[in-house]
Design a protein around this ligand. Sequence first.
Ligand code: ZN
Length: 307
Amino acid sequence: MIPLLPAPSLGIDIGGSKTQAVLLDEQARIVADHVRPTEMGSDGVIATALAAARGCVQLAGIGFGDLRGVGVGIPGRVDHPTGVVHTAVNLGLGRLPLGERLGELIGVEVRVDNDVKATLLGVAHRLDAHDADLSYVNFGTGVAAATLAGGRLVRGSDNLAGEIGHIPVRPGVGRCACGQDGCIEVLAGGAQITRRLSRLTPAASLSTLMAAASDGHREAAAVADLAASGIADAVQLVVLAQGSDRVVIGGGVIQTAPELADLARQLLVGRARGSAFLASLDLPGRLVVAPPEQPLAAVGAALLVRC
Ligand SMILES: [Zn+2]
């Protein structure tokens, strides 16, 4: 049975370009939805989140005083018990006590967590998999994962669990923003894929990558193969490390070039041909693409209020 939410619950997904708020009823159905462009810096992020929240409750014809819970998902390192964001480079944030500051403005306790963990909760809700062994891997600007183990969010020390983008898998392929060589994020993170594509002649973009590759552009095909191998590595890694039944993949890279998921699946099929062990795990069968056009992160943020 699906655990009920204290209703109405508001979820806010703060992203690098847009901030989305959704209002959920107790069955976690969306009853209002409002999107704003994200302003940078501490004051900008707070102002945007507040405006998105206000827009959402106004659409539903209620006030902040009617809210029973508010959750926020934000990229970066988040101390979830205190709601303090330590760093969120893409939003121009250093340390920000986001939960406290937004809570004072809204008048309700605000829970804050990393956006990938919030998205996983949204995915689990969408798949009706609350008690599952389920992972979500986000291929956005960077690469990160989140896992439910028997329905419990795996956090580890400092809420750090899931930073798999910084596991080096391919020495020599390029330097990562973290300082290491050949991280998964170097292969399959959006920033690195885009940088690699900008060097091609003619220059390609993520949205034209797969068309260029299938038109016989060998360098574009090599970029796609490298990205797909990073996706396959990430899926294999979370299954082996966490024992996840399903690994859902999403984020800007997958939304813009969904064929990369097919390519990654083919790579996993190929790896299983050479390994009876991998074949027994059925990695391709565990790979699921996140449903597009769903505000999974904002819905998941609202579900933080029952974590
Ligand atoms: Zn790295």
